[in-house]
Ligand binder design. Structure first.
Ligand SMILES: Nc1ncnc2c1ncn2[C@@H]1O[C@H](COP(=O)(O)OP(=O)(O)OP(=O)(O)O)[C@@H](O)[C@H]1O
Ligand SMILES: [Mg+2]
Length: 352
């Protein structure tokens, strides 16, 4: 997508509110693509956000406000994204109809496609052009998001004097930033492993064909270390990250890593197998890994061995410009994988 008329003010500030950390990213459009204006992350206390839901809005709000002020971001237009049980994304196949009819059909018939009461959700949809071979049918991407969950985010952000102008979905944001970074490489598996969930999005010719959120993530490792060694959560997190030496517990910790990563890889393989069964003529070219969980030492090699695919750690900023006097190169590269979703939101124009 090329939108050369957009200036800096037309891009939203991307706010990714994860269960482990809030990530913020501000980009600017340039002649060559994008440049990074500001990026940052702040860890949230355990339990402040759970399964995509705001549990402690005041704490999250303070974290966002401190981060925005540390990053000196003045723009009020923000976008955020949702995930978890509160959002359903579904592709439906319908008889061809014009846009007005489609809107009417979706609003009156949505209940048959989603497991929520229609009064309780915000609905959105997009016709997927060129998706079906049959000219009498269209594929439509339907998104339904629980009002109470979205409203909590909106209220929290508005309470900070911000203008939330865009609500994205984690999987779409991931796809968005990937498409910008690798416009030519379109048969790929995108896998984001966060603290509490893993998002798998497989693209065939640039279109999402397998998309799922699975409730596994790097927090599992911390919780298992905590329970096995009977220690505090923060201590377990430090052991997991290698900030404290494992000492006599090295073997136990290694076993936890090995069994958990094996479980993740099985889930990834299931999605890849489903893709390959339905698309035997379009083999995947690689697996692109993001999220904090992707940084686990040895995970890329393990995944390569198990899936037979080339595995790459995703850095959404690799193709972007930045001012190295303001943003440290090492920081930019090391935080890249965790910033995949925030950068995907930050690419969106606020004019939508
Ligand atoms: N080197 C590392 N090894 C293992 N885990 C790591 C490493 N670095 C970060 N993590 C873990 O990654 C997680 C944070 O990643 P991320 O910021 O993507 O999660 P999140 O977006 O807050 O969570 P979610 O999207 O699941 O709600 C934490 O559990 C953190 O401990
Ligand atoms: Mg996340």
């Amino acid at each position: 997508m090329s939108l050369p008329f957009l200036s800096k003010d037309n891009l939203v500030v991307g706010v990714d509110i994860g269960s482990h950390a809030v990530k913020i990213c501000q980009l600017k459009r340039t002649d060559k693509g994008y440049s990074v204006l500001a990026i940052g992350s702040t860890v949230l206390p355990e339990g402040a956000v759970d399964d995509g839901t705001l549990i402690e809005p005041e704490i999250v709000s303070k974290a966002i406000s401190d981060l925005l002020s540390n990053l000196k971001i003045k723009s009020k237009k923000v976008g955020f994204s949702i995930s978890g049980y509160s959002v359903i994304v579904k592709k439906i196949n319908l008889a061809m109809m014009d846009d007005d009819k489609l809107e009417e059909h979706i609003t009156t018939e949505a209940e048959q496609y989603i497991p929520f009461d229609i009064e309780d959700v915000y609905l959105d949809f997009q016709a997927l052009k060129g998706e079906t071979e049959n000219p009498d049918r269209i594929e439509v991407m339907l998104v339904a998001a629980k009002k109470e969950v979205v409203d909590d985010y909106l209220n929290m952000l508005e309470g900070l004097g911000l203008q939330p102008v865009l609500v994205d979905v984690d999987g779409f944001a991931l796809e968005n930033t990937y498409e910008h970074s690798y416009p030519d490489n379109m048969n790929v598996a995108l896998v984001d492993i966060g603290a509490s969930k893993m998002n798998i999005n497989i693209l065939s010719n640039g279109l999402s064909v397998v998309a799922r959120d699975i409730v596994v993530g790097s927090r599992q490792l911390t919780e298992q270390i905590q329970a096995t060694l009977d220690i505090e959560y923060d201590e377990a997190e430090s052991l997991k990250l290698g900030q404290n030496p494992p000492g006599e517990h090295q073997q136990q910790i290694e076993e936890i890593f090995s069994s958990t990563c094996t479980q993740w890889v099985l889930e990834i393989k299931k999605a890849i197998d489903l893709y390959q069964a339905n698309n035997p003529d379009s083999p995947l070219s690689k697996l692109v890994l993001s999220g904090g969980g992707s940084k686990i030492v040895g995970l890329t090699d393990f995944l390569e061995k198990e899936t037979g695919l080339e595995v790459e750690l995703f850095n959404p900023f690799a193709t972007m410009q930045y001012n190295s006097k303001k943003i440290d190169t090492e920081y930019l590269n090391s935080i890249g994988p965790e910033m995949a979703i925030a950068s995907g939101i930050a690419i969106r124009p606020s004019v939508i």
